[in-house]
Design a protein around this ligand. Sequence first.
Ligand code: MG
Length: 166
Amino acid sequence: MEGINISTKLFAAINKQIGFELYSGYLYKSMAIYCKLNNFKGMAAWLNMQAHEENEHAEKMMEHLIDRGYKVVLPKIDEPPSNFKSVTEIFEKAFEHEKHVTANIHKLYKLAVAEEDYPGQIMLQWFIKEQVEEEANAGEIVDKLKMINGNLGAIFMLDHQLGMRK
Ligand code: MG
């Protein structure tokens, strides 16, 4: 299949981000395991849904490259952390992780602009918008956990609320 040319540099950078999106899914899965094991089933459900979304992000980037006739080579995925101290730590880490993802996406977009890659820019604009949402969602949970400040009843109320994510 032949498609619209992409520079070697931009291709490699997007291909690398595919691995990072898959890693994100892996990370959230690991966090979900901790939550489920510690009876925070709502948070586990929220994180599992997040993991699923990350796989979709990777898929979206793969489709873009494949539609342009390029062979995506799936990179090795790092082992995510599996030792967590609390759900507060988990959501703080998730928030930090999303900030990292945002920085990556912005770098990719900058490169797509420099390379005058218009299809790549359009594809990445979806991710730029998505990251605003991702940071807002994770940031809101971190803020709430800070307000709750270890109150178990309130944590379980938040757990219940997060479990209702559709
Ligand atoms: Mg993502």
